[in-house]
Write a protein that binds this ligand. Sequence first.
Ligand code: ZN
Length: 122
Amino acid sequence: MGAVRKFWDPEGERFGLPTWPWKWAPAHYKTRDQLVAMGLRPHQPIAAQVMWDSKRGVRRAYLFDVALAGPPKARSAAQVASLEAARRKRRICPTCGHEQPYYLSTALKECTTCADGLAAAA
Ligand SMILES: [Zn+2]
């Protein structure tokens, strides 16, 4: 059980954070992905970690106390407006200045009409 003892540090004396070997952490500690899968977000600093050996060296995953996690923060009206503005910007062709009903291709960087060279004719 050397691998277990190696990362057994519930007080965080050696690793600076309460640490357990992979799969040994108390059940109330979850990774961010686990919280997200439960519809929660960590509204808190990192509480603990799990560590394990892999072929690429020591790996770690940070853990959060599920009791301190909560639902995702609701977006404010200003955030919603700014997201909408960013989406709208992706539909406005810089060449002809028209807002298109689709997102501009990131490869073409203009609307399909301009990309086809038809803007001058129109
Ligand atoms: Zn255009």
